[in-house]
Design a protein around this ligand. Structure first.
Ligand code: HQG
Length: 181
């Protein structure tokens, strides 16, 4: 499968597995899982030809490992990024001393005031390295990388999770834990 086709299917999966399964008549369980057979049926019915083999290739080769199959291979879900209120059953984890958040310059004033908020998603997304954060920030405009004092947050009782694909998640980051460039 060509790179372009992989990306197209990945974007489609992000939409239906994180945000809007109802758009293709799909349902997710409370932990975010979709039945693979049902996903394929719904996709095909909505004009996106999709096979099990293609899904396997997307899961295996996705640049950010955005999706995972269940152990028995019968279900699939997104590893993070949901706006739907699914419970990924993540266990709290101890983050490294600092994490990074990439955002756009135009959001900085508001972040200084309110801290980092999850917006439409369930969690604020944080990266372990600055390069990844920069790429995330570039999606929104002229990028800025913020340093988040994660260890200080856990000491203060804030809880962190790490998704199956290595994205750090937390409900919010108060401004006092953020270092601005
Ligand atoms: C900003 C992609 C104003 C926040 C990425 C961000 C990530 C505020 C935007 C994942 C704010 C939300 C998530 C405040 C936060 N005032 N703006 N108080 N608090 N913001 O897309 O982190 O490719 O929902 O800085 O790689 O950019 O889809 O979050 O700029 O891991 O797999 O509000 O999405 O992953 O934007 O990206 P988003 P994000 P995928």
């Amino acid at each position: 499968m060509k790179q372009r086709e992989l990306i197209r299917i990945s974007k489609f999966l992000s939409l239906v597995l994180r945000h809007r399964p109802e758009q293709i008549g799909l349902s997710l369980d409370q932990h975010g899982w979709a039945e693979v057979d049902e996903l394929i049926r719904c996709a095909n019915r909505h004009g996106l030809p999709l096979s099990r083999a293609q899904l396997e290739q997307v899961v295996a080769e996705n640049d950010k490992q955005r999706f995972a199959f269940s152990a028995d291979g019968r279900r699939i879900r997104a590893n993070q990024g949901h706006s739907l209120p699914v419970d990924l059953q993540l266990t709290p984890a101890q983050p490294p001393p600092v994490l990074y958040h990439g955002t756009a310059e135009r959001f900085v004033e508001s972040i200084k005031r309110d801290g980092l908020l999850p917006g439409k998603r369930q969690y604020v997304h944080l990266s372990q390295d600055e390069t990844t954060a920069l790429t995330v920030g570039q999606r929104h405009g002229r990028p800025v990388v913020l340093t988040v004092h994660a260890a200080a947050m856990t000491a203060a009782g804030y809880v962190f999770y790490v998704s199956a694909n290595g994205v750090w998640l937390t409900k919010q980051v108060p401004a006092r834990f953020i270092e601005f460039p």
